[in-house]
Design a protein. Structure first.
Length: 282
């Protein structure tokens, strides 16, 4: 059995677009840059008495060049406002976890989260931290959930009770899963809460998905204004307003691009690019 080569986040290197050799070459050239950025971040924080700097033009430049991996989780937790929310709600997460565990299948969203355990186990199946071992017990095979999967289940179950107007929506497992790669379970929960309820537009993940539809309309409007040659290809030559007024609505391209927004580009962009986008998001 060959041993897969993994990156620093635990993902298998290489894809249908990028070979392992190409990724290794990129990492080799990128690592000195990462090391320099880490030293600059440490000096930047030291200049502010060891506290996270307040937003400024210099801070914006630092963010756009990427937060070092070892500081990323702490920075997201602080700048998102999740740290303040966590401090204001001591014991609340644990309470929701215990309530979710006591309710079991009485929680209407648990069946969706657990449905064949597919959603949980489809979360980063090529990441070593989320890869559960499969064992045979005579009656068939079963998965032994690794700690990351157990944490993901607790975060999603607790959130379904904390925000019942949303409950659970496909794609939320990826977002919570990525947070768990960079912070503790409770910190991930509160960052997840702030991201879904405060940072992103409203109604993206509720039953109406109105926010997601609005996002796609705005994206298509920008595409028609800024990239008219691309817009003409996807719209069949119609103007934006003709598509807006037509029964069919926006071009079918939105069936693809809506997934970009719902997952916040996870599994769309390379992981390093996703993290840089998220740095700016928080």
């Amino acid at each position: 059995m060959t041993c897969s080569v993994r990156d620093q986040y635990g993902f298998i290197k290489g894809s249908q677009w990028v070979s392992v050799e190409e990724q290794d070459s990129f990492e080799k050239s990128y690592q000195p840059i990462v090391n320099r950025r880490l030293q600059k971040w440490r000096r930047f924080i030291a200049e502010h008495g060891g506290e996270w700097p307040q937003p400024s033009s210099k801070f914006k430049r630092f963010i756009r060049k990427g937060i070092p991996a070892e500081l990323r989780g702490q920075a997201w937790f602080h700048y998102s406002g999740a740290q303040a929310k966590s401090l204001a709600n001591p014991g609340v997460y644990r309470g929701y976890v215990e309530r979710a565990e006591a309710m079991g299948l009485e929680n209407e969203f648990l069946d969706i989260i657990e449905r064949g355990k597919l959603y949980l186990h489809r979360t980063f199946p090529d990441n070593i931290r989320f890869k559960s071992a499969t064992t045979s017990n005579g009656d068939g095979s079963r998965r032994n959930d690794v700690p990351a999967i157990q944490s993901l289940r607790r975060v999603l179950s607790a959130f379904s009770l904390y925000a019942p107007e949303i409950g659970y929506c496909q794609s939320l497992n990826y977002i919570a899963g990525l947070l768990l790669l960079f912070m503790s379970e409770e910190d991930a929960f509160w960052t997840f809460v702030v991201l879904v309820q405060d940072i992103l537009p409203p109604n993206i993940y509720d039953v109406t998905m109105e926010g997601a539809n609005i996002d796609q309309t705005v994206l298509m409007m920008l595409l028609s204004e800024r990239c008219p040659h691309i817009w003409n290809r996807v719209s069949g030559g119609k103007s934006f307003w003709e598509c807006e007024e037509a029964d069919g609505g926006m071009p079918t391209t939105t069936l693809v691009t809506s997934h970009w927004f719902l997952t916040l580009f996870i599994n769309i962009l390379p992981i390093e690019s996703v993290l840089r986008v998220w740095d700016c998001l928080f």
